[in-house]
Design a binder for this molecule. Structure first.
Ligand code: FES
Length: 148
């Protein structure tokens, strides 16, 4: 027997976005030849900059595309941006910088352009929408920010 819902499901924990960092069967597994994922450093950075209430950080189990290694899913509001092949702490620093930029702006802002080369197409038969990175050749940051 199903229950009817009388109101839309809601949450008081609304953030600008969410970063899901994969630490599954392959990503971050240096014993399998994958680059390290600096999880504790990343958590410290998130706390240090008080980002959890602005951009939620989730350390995730396997997100699926293991072969692309060190996967990060950035939820820009309802819009997913898949990144793969992150190798250095600097790459994760760019995610911290993006969280700080969202915090400073009080809204979702474009991802740093230096993360653009790490974007990947996750699903078959589905094109990525383009305007998610700042100052790329095809778009400007002000065209891709949303106010919440
Ligand atoms: S372990 Fe990261 S995608 Fe599978």
């Amino acid at each position: 027997m199903s229950r009817k819902r009388s109101a839309q499901v809601s949450t008081t924990r609304k953030t600008f976005g969410q970063v899901l960092v994969c630490l599954g069967c392959c990503c971050g597994r240096t014993d399998k030849g994958h680059p390290e994922v600096p999880v504790e450093w990343l958590k410290d950075q998130w706390r240090k900059h008080m980002l959890p209430k602005k951009v939620h950080l989730t350390i995730s189990g396997c997100l699926g595309p293991c072969d692309a290694t060190n996967i990060v899913l950035v939820m820009m509001g309802d819009r997913p941006v898949w990144l793969g092949g992150l190798e250095t702490r600097e790459h994760y620093q760019w995610l911290v910088d993006w969280g700080c930029a969202c915090d400073a702006a009080g809204r979702l802002v474009a991802l740093p352009g230096n993360l653009a080369p790490y974007r990947m197409q996750r699903f078959a038969g589905q094109h990525c929408y383009t305007p998610d990175f700042e100052e790329t050749a095809c778009c400007r940051a002000e065209d891709v920010a949303w106010k919440y």
